[in-house]
Structure formats: C-alpha cells, structure tokens
Design a protein around this ligand. Structure first.
Ligand SMILES: Cc1cc2nc3c(=O)[nH]c(=O)nc-3n(C[C@H](O)[C@H](O)[C@H](O)COP(=O)(O)O)c2cc1C
Length: 370
C-alpha cells in the first residue's frame, strides 16, 4: 500500500481525492457521504451573497462521455448553510473547504459568517470572466478576513496561464484549482428541437471524461509556472489512472465532481483504490516519486523538438488475434498472419493509432528523438 497522504496548501488529506463543488456537496449529508465513501475531504457547494435561482432542467449525462450542467451556485443562502449545514459537514478530521464566489463584496459578506466552520476556502471565478482583476479583488477580500488557506478556482480558456499562476501566487493565493467546467456549450433534444438545458439561451457547461485533456494541459502549464503553491486538478477524472495522469502533469491533489454524480459516492473509494493499485503494481510508494514526471519528460525534448517512432512492438503472448488493429490501420500497414498482426515497415508511418485501440494493450511504441 502506497502512502497516499497529501499536504495541500497546509491542509492534510488522507488521500489526494477531494470532492469538487457541485450537487454531490450540496449540503451536510452529501458532504459526509463523500468522506464515508473514501473521499479525503470536500469543497462545499459554492455559496454567494444571495442564493442562486437555478434553471431546470440543469444536468444531462451523455453516456458517461461528457456532461452538461447549468447548476450555477448553491440554492441555499449562506445563512442557511451557517444555521443548518456547515457544522455537520464533517465525519472526522478531514478538512472542510468552503466554496464561495464571485465578487469582492460577496466575499466580504461570506467569510466573517463562515470562518469558524472553514479549514480553507475555494473562490470560484466562474462568473467574472477571464480578467484577473476581479479574481485578485476576491482574493484580497478573503485574505482580509481569514488566516486560513485560500485557493483560487479558474475557468478554462485563460490565454496566459503562466501569468495567472505568477500573479495569483504573488497576491497570496495558497493554491490554484483548475478547472471549472467548460463552456458555454449547447446540446439539443432532436425529438423537440429544444436544448437539453433550461437556461435562457439553452447553454450549459461541460464536464466529465471528454474534458480531461483540456484540464491536463492547463494543470501542466500552471504547475510549470508556480514556484511554491500547489495545483488541484479537477475535470474528467473517472478512474485511478486519470488521477495518476493529473499527478504526472504536476497536480498535488485532485477533485472529482461528475463521476460522483453519475456513479454515486462509491466512485471516490474506487478511484483511490485504482490509483493505489496502479502505484503498487509500478513500485511507487508515494506521489512525490512521479509528481510532475511529464514536465521533466518534456524538458528532455528541449522545447519544440519533434519525436519519431518505429513500427509498433508486439507483446505476442497477450494478443488474442482480434484483428482490430488490422481493420483500424489507416495506412493498411497491418495484416493478420496466423492470428498475429504483422507490420509492413514500408507502409507503417508510426502514427500510433493501433497502440491506442488494442484491447489487450499488447502494442507499444517507443518515442525517439528526431
Ligand atoms: C452539476 C454541477 C454543478 C457544479 N457546481 C459548481 C459550483 O457550485 N461551484 C464550482 O466552483 N464548480 C461547480 N461545478 C464544477 C465542478 O466542481 C468541476 O470543476 C467541473 O465539473 C469539472 O470536474 P468534473 O469533470 O469532475 O465534473 C459544477 C459541476 C457540475 C457538473
């Protein structure tokens, strides 16, 4: 069993999976359930100075591939949270991070009311655009009223991530959370022509597995840019391997939202166990051994250097002769011979597609410096 403990901005977690702000942290009961099922803590659903008015329908799952929502922030007022929820959010010693937004005046109102319940804060910048000044104003407002760590949650699409990381760190942020959901997006019920989402313009925000590559890229750039503060990766994590990928991109810990909605809270313990099993199988004893590994691998490429490959390597003992690779190859470079793929070196371009689709993972490729 690997050591899964993480220190995120001074908060100690038993494992790196924290439940992100959303319907799975909408009240004390859901927050406790998350920890009882293996999460190491929660971000309580974002509160603002006023309770949200939320359109309906506001969630749609697309076969577990991606997900749209227009849930905005908490329909409970901060006063309701203070009177009925925050005091009961914890199971044991796990940190409670209070989600809040969106402008400095909201933060000025919220922090003094909730500070006795919070171990830390997450400020969402979702509705203030991609400009840094409102983010900095919310951070300063929070810091004025609390000594607890404050993490800044950013939305996708900020052009200069290195600059954001640098400015937020200098302004005293204790960590960066990347990312809030992606959008605006649209989906249509073709039986009626109506958007699935009940928002005025029909738009929603995307999360779930399809979002993961976008998040990985943001996390890697932020992790390269920060000097000391940690990065929470959030978006598209549904398996233990997804969690490992985020750590390799430089994240210190991760948050999960959509997978907990569609699978229920047992998703958290499953993802943590899968990550631990992968670490055990690969001989890793803690996250430090591979955190930011991808950043180091890319440094070896010396910037823009292109890579080359040779024809795929076949681990023939695992091959079941399914011929998926033969049918898939866009270069007609694979033919089945006695139930094993044979590669035509003249035709194979080394594109790598077959390695990504082999159901037994018995095809691999080595990347070589050009
Ligand atoms: C239904 C729903 C509600 C959400 N509500 C909030 C919220 O109140 N505050 C917030 O910062 N993020 C909210 N999010 C965004 C998630 O916390 C997370 O950043 C995003 O969904 C990407 O992670 P995932 O792919 O694991 O869901 C919400 C997401 C969903 C799907």
């Amino acid at each position: 069993m690997a050591n899964l403990k993480v220190n995120f901005g001074g908060l100690l977690f038993d494992n790196p999976l924290i439940v992100g702000a959303g319907p799975t942290t909408k009240d004390a009961k859901t927050c406790r359930e998350a920890v009882e099922h293996g999460a190491a803590g929660v971000i309580a659903k974002t509160v603002s100075a006023v309770a949200a008015k939320v359109p309906r329908p506001n969630m749609h799952d697309f076969g577990g591939k991606y997900f749209l929502n227009t849930e905005t922030w908490s329909e409970k007022s901060v006063e309701e949270w203070v009177d009925h929820e925050y005091a009961d959010c914890k199971v044991g010693n796990e940190p409670l991070i209070i989600g809040m937004g969106y402008v400095a005046e909201d933060i000025e109102k919220i922090v003094p009311l909730v500070d006795k319940f919070a171990d830390g804060y997450e400020i969402s910048a979702h509705y203030v655009g991609r400009d840094l000044s409102p983010m900095l104003a919310t951070l300063a407002a929070a810091k004025k009223h609390t000594k607890k760590p404050v993490f800044m949650k950013i939305s996708p699409g900020i052009p200069d991530l290195a600059e954001v990381a640098r400015v937020l760190e200098e302004a005293g942020a204790d960590g960066i959370v990347a990312l809030n959901s992606f959008g605006p997006c649209l989906s249509i019920d073709i039986e009626t022509g109506m958007p699935h989402m009940g928002s005025g313009n029909g738009y929603g925000w995307m999360s779930g597995p399809a979002f993961k590559p976008i998040v990985l890229r943001h996390v890697l750039e932020l992790a390269k840019a920060v000097k000391k503060i940690p990065i929470f990766a959030v978006g598209g994590i549904s398996t233990g391997k997804d969690l490992i990928e985020m750590i390799m991109a430089g994240a210190t810990a991760v948050q999960v939202c959509t997978q907990g909605i569609i699978e229920g809270p047992k998703a958290y313990g499953r993802i943590v166990k899968e990550a631990n099993d992968w670490m055990d199988a690969h001989g890793y004893t803690c996250f430090e051994e591979f955190r930011g590994l991808t950043i180091k691998q890319l440094e070896k490429r010396n910037g823009q250097g292109l890579m080359e490959t040779e024809t795929p390597i076949l681990e023939s003992k695992n091959c079941i002769g399914c011929s998926i690779c033969e049918k898939l190859c866009p270069h007609q470079a694979i033919t089945m011979n006695e139930k094993l793929p044979k590669f035509n070196k003249e035709k194979c371009t080394g594109c790598g597609l077959c390695t990504s689709r082999c159901p037994k993972a018995c095809l691999s490729m080595i990347q070589l410096k050009k």
